[in-house]
Design a protein around this ligand. Structure first.
Ligand code: NI
Length: 552
């Protein structure tokens, strides 16, 4: 059998530098895939020998997108090391910042990073504005900005782009590709929302900045709590935050969710064929308190799509390997270069091919992220999310297994955005209730000089793209080592000594390319995971190795 290989490097519309090499059979079906993180990062080195109280501000710089997640993660790991319990209000404020980031991330991912894998801009130019208003009503009773004149304006904007020969954000697409199946009217609806989502992106950043001080690098989280006490006590600030979330919810309910329904119905055949499905292992560490025994996300582990048997998450089952990653046995960077023809060295079992390390749960590769959260929380009967999932599945004639696909991954993100808005409203009323009863603490007093000089801590958090863990080792009151496993580290993992593929690689197997010169189908699968490569690549020094296999 003759195979051919295609290489996409770099993959764009993601954060960071990702390369994919896929092997196709004579029918252009993907038989094997290797994905590689191509950029070395070394933030952990900068953290060494620093004051542990500065860990958050430095770790926030791991990524320009997931700033808030790493900021909070590092501070929480230090709090764990010092056994500091933060006040309730501090936790709510951290959660309000985190939840706003979830919906910002999901909306920006779908419209600005992923949408053009589904939408043909040139086709939208042929849409009829009147028919478009009718089409939008199929997926929502009150569609977002659904007027004849609005669509005319969008069409005018698009044709100005095209006539000026400057497609701007829409340049370099595979326009006219066979895999684009939406009608001109459907394309126009989605493109109209692409433009509206730019405003959404700006506004939701303001919501995070209300409690964070600024964005993208918030300043307000400190070891022991938060500094945003004046914002919390100012009714105008709370009101501003609520107003932005209400507007965001309006866009999610009337544009984002209906758009996902549109895609789920249009791409029904792809969904039923299971396109983009990985190996069915899912991990969620749970979190975000609602009351003493309820969380927004349930923790759990699913193996091979067995939704009826969910294991409890056990942090002792996490390991990290470097057999196929560019590190030596001491975990020092060890780059082995590419083959002479520029391809990755992947052929032999022991060839290294990525800067991303290989985290495993009980020896297995895992998929983490919105899909894992939805599947695990739903299967564990989580009341905060169940009805939202049921409604979506009913409206689109999908099953739980159908969600484990390229399109389904996006559906999970939209469903999650919807129930996160509801959760935010609950959090805010809890915060107001606390203030009403004169509970205004936002910081737990501690004396740094009497904290343990030699200690270690860790935290496991759900963040927009999935499971994030931070580990810190402290010696003589200074950071001795620091280690991170980010969501994309799990999903974009290279192989291990056992040769098993990670979620990205597995999801590509069986995908048929209609034109190998224009590998749109490959991009679609990879984009559905919302890759963040800046976050994914981490080193730990030889002393840090034990910490990477942290045991409680
Ligand atoms: Ni990131």
């Amino acid at each position: 059998m003759k195979t051919k290989k295609i290489v996409i490097d770099p993959i764009t519309r993601i954060e960071g530098h990702l390369r994919a090499e896929v092997e196709l059979d004579e029918n252009n079906i993907v038989k094997d895939a290797f994905v590689s993180g191509q950029l070395f990062r070394g933030i952990e080195i900068i953290l060494k020998n620093r004051d542990p109280r500065d860990a958050g501000l430095l770790a926030g710089r791991i990524c320009g997108v997931c700033t808030n997640s790493h900021f909070r993660g590092a501070v929480s790991a230090v709090e764990d090391a010092y056994h500091i319990q933060i006040p309730k209000n501090a936790e709510i404020i951290r959660d309000l910042m985190a939840m706003a980031l979830f919906i910002q991330d999901h909306v920006v991912h779908f419209y600005h990073l992923h949408l053009l894998d589904f939408v043909d801009v040139t086709s939208a130019l042929g849409a009829d504005a009147k028919l478009t208003t009718k089409e939008a009503h199929k997926y929502c009773s009150k569609p977002f900005r659904n007027s004849h004149s609005h669509y005319e304006t969008v069409l005018q904007k698009l044709s100005n782009f095209v006539n000026a020969g400057k497609l701007g954000p829409f340049s370099n697409g595979y326009w006219g590709h066979d895999n684009y199946i939406l009608t001109p009217e459907q394309n126009l609806i989605l493109l109209s929302h692409y433009l509206e989502a730019l405003k959404f992106q700006t506004n939701i950043s303001k919501a995070i900045a209300i409690f964070g001080g600024k964005i993208p690098h918030p300043q307000s989280i400190v070891v022991g709590g938060v500094t945003s006490v004046a914002d919390m006590l100012n009714p105008q600030r709370l009101n501003d935050y609520m107003f932005i979330i209400k507007e965001a919810k309006d866009f999610i309910d009337r544009a984002y969710l209906p758009d996902m329904k549109l895609l789920a119905i249009a791409y029904k055949d792809e969904i039923k064929a299971g396109l983009g499905r990985a190996n069915g292992n899912f991990l969620c560490v749970g979190g975000y308190k609602f009351d003493s025994d309820q969380r927004l996300f349930c923790n759990g582990v699913i193996y091979e799509h067995n939704f009826t048997q969910i294991e409890e998450f056990d942090e002792n089952k996490i390991t990290e390997e470097v057999d196929r990653a560019w590190y030596n046995e001491k975990d020092e960077p060890f780059y082995t270069d590419l083959n002479d023809d520029g391809s990755l060295k992947t052929a032999k079992n022991d060839d290294k091919y990525s800067w991303i390390k290989a985290p495993r749960y009980d020896g297995k590769t895992m998929e983490t992220g919105p899909l894992a959260r939805v599947l695990i929380s739903y299967s564990k009967d989580n009341k905060l999310i169940k009805s939202f999932v049921d409604d979506f599945l009913n409206d689109t004639d999908m099953t739980l297994l159908d969600l484990s696909t390229t399109i389904g991954r996006n559906c999970a993100r939209a469903i999650e955005s919807e129930y996160i808005c509801e959760y935010i409203f609950k959090l805010i009323s809890r915060l107001i209730q606390n203030i009403k009863y004169y509970d205004t603490d936002t910081w737990a007093k501690y004396d740094f000089n009497s904290c343990e000089q030699n200690t270690k801590g860790r935290v496991f958090l759900e963040v927009p793209r999935g499971v994030l863990s931070h580990f810190v080792g402290i010696k003589d009151a200074k950071i001795e080592n620091f280690s991170v496993i980010a969501p994309t580290t799990w999903n974009a993992t290279p192989r291990n000594f056992d040769g098993k593929r990670g979620a990205y690689e597995e999801a590509l197997i069986g995908i048929k390319l209609s034109d190998p010169q224009k590998p749109l189908e490959v991009l679609k699968v990879l984009h559905s995971f919302d890759p963040c490569l800046a976050c994914a690549v981490h080193i730990i020094d030889s002393k840090g190795k034990d910490l990477g296999r942290y045991k409680v």
